[in-house]
Design a protein around this ligand. Sequence first.
Ligand code: HEC
Length: 158
Amino acid sequence: MKLMAACKSLFVAASAAALCLAAGEDAKLLPDGPGKEIVVRLCTECHGPENFRKVRHDKDEWTDSVADMVDRGAKGTPAELAAVVDYLAQNFGSDSKVNVNTAPLQELKAQLDFTVPEALAVIAYRKDNGSFKEWRDLLKVSGVDPQKVEARKEKMGF
Ligand code: HEC
């Protein structure tokens, strides 16, 4: 019984460590720019960056969304929160493209309408073959609908 409990807590610790590592990797993939460090510190404590990468909002909407997170427990000075809003409006604004080399599954799904298998194929492909340079490179990913790729090419960034 004691052994079981020890294993269980080890397992929980290992899963938490794996989650932290994964979240750290995802945070590194966020676009560089003013405010990034603050976003990583304030906004990846409870969930990964996919929560905010998967949406596109204008500045007013990001202001509301960040206020909502403060209600849920996010902490930051007014200046830090303003920097977060600016970063998000800049990188995940209404017209922001989707960086297909760094976008997590949820962003590929929500912003480019890829199915889960298509998004997973894109992620596996870039991991094995390195960065996509242009939209046509996505045509090489087997299992991804080529018409969908072409229709979304203007929304893609590299
Ligand atoms: C204290 C915990 C906490 C912190 C810190 C936090 N969030 Fe959240 N956030 C949540 C919870 C809980 C949800 C809803 C459940 C989920 O989707 O994970 C959520 C969901 C979201 C969503 C999706 C909203 C929706 O309606 O689906 C966005 C966008 C978001 N967070 C952005 C941010 C941003 C930006 C920051 C940094 C300012 C932040 N979060 C910091 C707890 C937090």
